[in-house]
Design a protein around this ligand. Structure first.
Ligand SMILES: [Zn+2]
Length: 240
C-alpha cells in the first residue's frame, strides 16, 4: 500500500515514504496480533522493546551488554539504554520505509525522546493508534490466554483455541498460563497502564496524529478499521 511521502528529498526517483506507526493499548488489547497483520500487509517491521532488548543481548552489542545484568536482576532497563537501542534499530535498512511500534513508548519522556529520534531519522509525526478496550473484555481475553512453553506462541481458549486443548499447533509444546495473566495481576496492570498511558494519549493528540480503534471488536473488524485509518492517512499527506 502506498503511503503519502512527507519528506520528498533529492530527486523524484528517491522520494521516500516513511510511516512511523505506534500502537498504544493495554496488554490484551490485541495490539500484537494487529501489528503482525499490518506488518505483513505493509511490509514494515513490527518492533517491540522487549524483542529489541533480547536481540541486543543475544548479539552482544554495546547496549546489550549494558542491559544484560539489569535484565538478569529483573530491573527495569533505563530509558537511555532503551532509546539507544531504538535509534540503532531504526537505522537498519528494513526501517527505511517505516515501522510499527507495539507497546512503546509508555511514558511522555520516552515519547519526547522518540520524537527526536524520528526527526533525526527523517520521519514526520508518528501516526498513533490507541486500542480502546473495556476492563471486562480485557480480563476475559487475558484469562483465556495460554502460551506455548516451547515457542512462546499465544492462544486464547475463547477466541483462538489450539486444535488439541493444552497443546501448541506448531510444535506440540505444552501450553501454560503465565503467572502475570492471573486476574488480579491483570487488573493491576490495567490500572498501571491507565495511569501511565492516558497522559501519553493526550500528548499524541497534541503532537502527533492520534486515532482510536475498538480493540474489543472481532479481530478482522479491527484490521479493517486499521486499514481505513491507514488509507485516510495516506490520502491526506501532511501528517505522515
Ligand atoms: Zn509452540
Amino acid at each position: 500500500m502506498a503511503v503519502a511521502a512527507n519528506n520528498v528529498n533529492l530527486s523524484p526517483e528517491k522520494v521516500t515514504a516513511k510511516l512511523a506507526l505506534i500502537f498504544l493499548g493495554p496488554p490484551g488489547a490485541g495490539k500484537g496480533t494487529q501489528a503482525k497483520r499490518i506488518s505483513n500487509e505493509l511490509n514494515l517491521p513490527h518492533l517491540s522493546t522487549g524483542d529489541m532488548l533480547r536481540d541486543a543481548v543475544t548479539r552482544g552489542t554495546e547496549l546489550g551488554l549494558l542491559a544484560k545484568p539489569i535484565m538478569a536482576r529483573g530491573d527495569l532497563v533505563p530509558d537511555e539504554i532503551v532509546l539507544g537501542m531504538v535509534e540503532e534499530r531504526l537505522k537498519r535498512p528494513d526501517c527505511t520505509c517505516g515501522f510499527i511500534f507495539d507497546g512503546f513508548p509508555r511514558t511522555i519522556p520516552q515519547a519526547e525522546k522518540l520524537d527526536e529520534i524520528l526527526h533525526r531519522r527523517g520521519f514526520g509525526k508518528p501516526l498513533v493508534i490507541e486500542f480502546m478496550v473495556n476492563p471486562e473484555t480485557l480480563l476475559k481475553r487475558v484469562a483465556g490466554r495460554w502460551t506455548c512453553s516451547i515457542g512462546g506462541e499465544t492462544y486464547n481458549i475463547y477466541e483462538r483455541a489450539p486444535k488439541v486443548p493444552g497443546i501448541c499447533d506448531n510444535d506440540g509444546g505444552k501450553l501454560v498460563q503465565r503467572s502475570d495473566d492471573q486476574p488480579e495481576i491483570v487488573k493491576e496492570r490495567f490500572a498501571a497502564y491507565q495511569k501511565q498511558t492516558l497522559p501519553l494519549a493526550d500528548y499524541y493528540r497534541g503532537h502527533g496524529n492520534l486515532q482510536t480503534v475498538d480493540g474489543g471488536a472481532e479481530v478482522n473488524q479491527v484490521t479493517r478499521a486499521l486499514n481505513e485509518i491507514l488509507k485516510r492517512a495516506a490520502g491526506s499527506d501532511g501528517h505522515l
